[in-house]
Ligand binder design. Structure first.
Ligand code: GLN
Length: 456
C-alpha cells in the first residue's frame, strides 16, 4: 500500500468514527500532500526513518499555523506560532501529521470529560470514558485512526488512557523528550508520551523524537540509544511488585488477578519476582496534587485575555476584563486547580503545603530508588479499575483523582513507565499492566515490555 492510500483509509475511518469525538481538526489536504511527497521519497530511496507513519497529536502540542486550544475556550481562535520540537522531528523523519486530538482542558483530568469540545468516547464501549487527559490520543489508536499518537503525561495521562483503551502508552524519563512547544501544565512533571499498538513502534518513535534540544534546557543531553534495535528479551529480570498496590481496597478483582497471573508467568520463565512494600503510597497523590496545582496556578496566569485567545466581551474595566475572561474562559476543573495552587502557594500556607510536599517528593524518590537498588523493574496495575461510565465521577473530583493512584509515582520521581494491555475484564474492557524502570532506562523498559507483550 502507498502512504497516500494509507492516509486515505485513515481519513475515511476518521469520518466514519466521528461520533467518538476524537479529532478536533483533521489536516485532510495537507496529510494527503505530505503522503504523496513521502511516496516519492520512498520511490527515490531518500525517505526518513518514520516514512509513512501516520501520527495524531494531542491538542496541547504546537504545530505552526495550526489551531491549538488545549481543549479550552480560553484559547479560542489561537494558532501556533511555532512547532514543538517533538512534532518537528516527526515531520523531519517523514511522518505524516493527520490531525489534532481532543483531551481534558490543559491536560487536567482522567476521563477526557473536561474538554470545551465535549467528551471523547471509548471505542470499546461508547458509554465509557477513554481515560484522560490524553483520552482521544489513546482512543485514536484503539479505533485505528492513525498509527501513533503523541500525548502528554503529567500524572498518568498517557498510561491511564492507554490502559482504558487497550493500547500501549509510554511516559519516558522526565527530560528525555524536549517540552519545547508543549503548553505547560506542571513543568516539573510534564512529559510528552507516545501511544501505539505495540512497544516496538513506540521504540521507533522515541528514538527519533528524544534527545537534547537548544530550546529546552531541561531536555537531557544524554545520548539516545537506537531503542528499536535493542528489543531483545532480558535473560533474567529482577522484578518487584508493590504489596500495597495489590492490596488496595479500590482495586478491581479482575485487574488484581491479571497482575498475579503475569507475575506467575514471569516466575515460571525463570525471572526473579519479589514483593516489596511502599508505605508512602498513600502520600503520592496528595503530593502530586499540591505540587502540580501550585505549578499550574503559575503557568496558567499567562491566559489573561490581553495577548491572545479569548477575551470577555462583557467587561467594563481592565480588572473586570481579567476576571471575566478567566471566569468565562476556563472550565470548572481548571479553575479549581488554579485556586488550589494559589492557596498552597499563599504566604500563610506555603510551608505547610508546598514546602512539605517538596520534601515528601524527595522521600518518595528515595523509597523508589531503594527498590531499584535491588530490582530492574517494578510491575503494577496501571489503574485501579477499567474504563468507567461517562459522568460516573462528575460529582466527586477525589474519585476522579484516584484513577491516577498507580501512575503518579513515576511522575513524582521522574522515571519512565509504560502501560501495555493484558486481557480484559468481564465486560470485555481492556486491562493495563504498568512497568516502571530507572531514569533513562527506556531501552531496558521497552525490551521488557515487548517481551511481556509476547508472553501469552
Ligand atoms: N489525571 C491527572 C490530572 O488530572 C493526570 C493528568 C496528566 O497526566 N496530564 O492531573
Amino acid at each position: 500500500m502507498t502512504c497516500l492510500e494509507k492516509v486515505n483509509q485513515y481519513l475515511a475511518r476518521i469520518e466514519e468514527k466521528k461520533d467518538l469525538n476524537i479529532f478536533l481538526s483533521v489536516f485532510t489536504d495537507e496529510a494527503r500532500q505530505q503522503a504523496a511527497l513521502v511516496d516519492q521519497k520512498i520511490a527515490a530511496g531518500t525517505a526518513g526513518a518514520l516514512a509513512g507513519m501516520v501520527v495524531g497529536i494531542k491538542d496541547v502540542l504546537c504545530y505552526q499555523d495550526h489551531p491549538l486550544q488545549c481543549a479550552s475556550k480560553i484559547l479560542d481562535g489561537f494558532h501556533s506560532q511555532f512547532t514543538a520540537t517533538a512534532v518537528e522531528r516527526l515531520i523531519a523523519a517523514d511522518a505524516v501529521i493527520i490531525g489534532r486530538q481532543n483531551c481534558d482542558e490543559f491536560a487536567m483530568g482522567s476521563s477526557n470529560e473536561n474538554s470545551a469540545f465535549g467528551p471523547t468516547l471509548n471505542p470499546h464501549d461508547p458509554s465509557r470514558v477513554p481515560g484522560g487527559s490524553s483520552g482521544a490520543s489513546a482512543a485514536a489508536i484503539a479505533a485505528s485512526l492513525c498509527d501513533v499518537s503523541l500525548g502528554t503525561d503529567t500524572g498518568g495521562s498517557v498510561r491511564q488512557p492507554a490502559a482504558f483503551c487497550g493500547v500501549v502508552g509510554l511516559k519516558p524519563t522526565y527530560g528525555r523528550i524536549s517540552r519545547y512547544g508543549l503548553a505547560a501544565y506542571a513543568s516539573s512533571f510534564d512529559c510528552i508520551g507516545i501511544f501505539a499498538s505495540d512497544s516496538a513502534t513506540v521504540a521507533k518513535v522515541l528514538e527519533v523524537i528524544a534527545g537534547a534540544d537548544a530550546y529546552d534546557s531541561t531536555a537531557s543531553r544524554r545520548e539516545v540509544p537506537a531503542y528499536s534495535q535493542r528489543l531483545q528479551a532480558p535473560a533474567k529480570a529482577r522484578v518487584a511488585y508493590i504489596r500495597e498496590t495489590l492490596d488496595s481496597p479500590g482495586l478491581q478483582p479482575e485487574i488484581k488477578a491479571a497482575m498475579e497471573q503475569k507475575l506467575d508467568q514471569l516466575r515460571q520463565q525463570g525471572h526473579e519476582v519479589s514483593e516489596v512494600t511502599l508505605p508512602l503510597l498513600d502520600y503520592i497523590l496528595p503530593t502530586y496534587y499540591i505540587l502540580t496545582t501550585a505549578e499550574a496556578s503559575s503557568n496558567l496566569s499567562r491566559y489573561d485575555g490581553v495577548r491572545y485567545g479569548y477575551r470577555s466581551p462583557n467587561a467594563q474595566s481592565l480588572e473586570e476584563m481579567y476576571k471575566l475572561t478567566r471566569a468565562e474562559g476556563f472550565g470548572k476543573e481548571v479553575q479549581r486547580r488554579i485556586m488550589l495552587g494559589a492557596f498552597v502557594l499563599s504566604a500563610n500556607y506555603y510551608d505547610a503545603y508546598y514546602t512539605k510536599a517538596q520534601r515528601v517528593r524527595r522521600l518518595i524518590k528515595e523509597a523508589t530508588d531503594a527498590i531499584f537498588a535491588q530490582h530492574d523493574f517494578i510491575v503494577l496495575p496501571t489503574t485501579p479499575t477499567t474504563a468507567f461510565a461517562l459522568g460516573a465521577h462528575n460529582e466527586d473530583p477525589i474519585q476522579m483523582y484516584l484513577a491516577d493512584l498507580y501512575t503518579v509515582q513515576a511522575n513524582v520521581v521522574g522515571i519512565p513507565a509504560i502501560s501495555i494491555p493484558v486481557g480484559t475484564d468481564q465486560d470485555q474492557l481492556p486491562i493495563g499492566l504498568q512497568i516502571m524502570a530507572q531514569s533513562f532506562q527506556e531501552e531496558q523498559l521497552l525490551a521488557f515490555a515487548t517481551y511481556l507483550e509476547n508472553l501469552s
